[in-house]
Design a protein. Sequence first.
Length: 97
Amino acid sequence: MRSLLLAFLVCSPSLVNAQFRYDYPIVCDDTQKVISVLEKEFEEKLSWKGLHVNDKSVYSLWINEKTQNWTLLKMTPTTTCILGTGSDSVSTFGTPI
């Protein structure tokens, strides 16, 4: 039975993808303005960044090491969108960043 369920999930990617929805607005603004606010007002620093393979935008993760708050951005040279914010960040090894 477990094999049948696994086969169903693998063969039905649209069903699996339909389980997750974005139900919140994504805020975008000038890249320099967003970075300035993160650095000055929230005291977050760039922790990680990576290049998107299709559109060459940059995803970046900003973290305040004292509060463990974080912000995930999608950036172009001129426009940046806030994809998510949160707290209690931990590294992949289970220790605070």
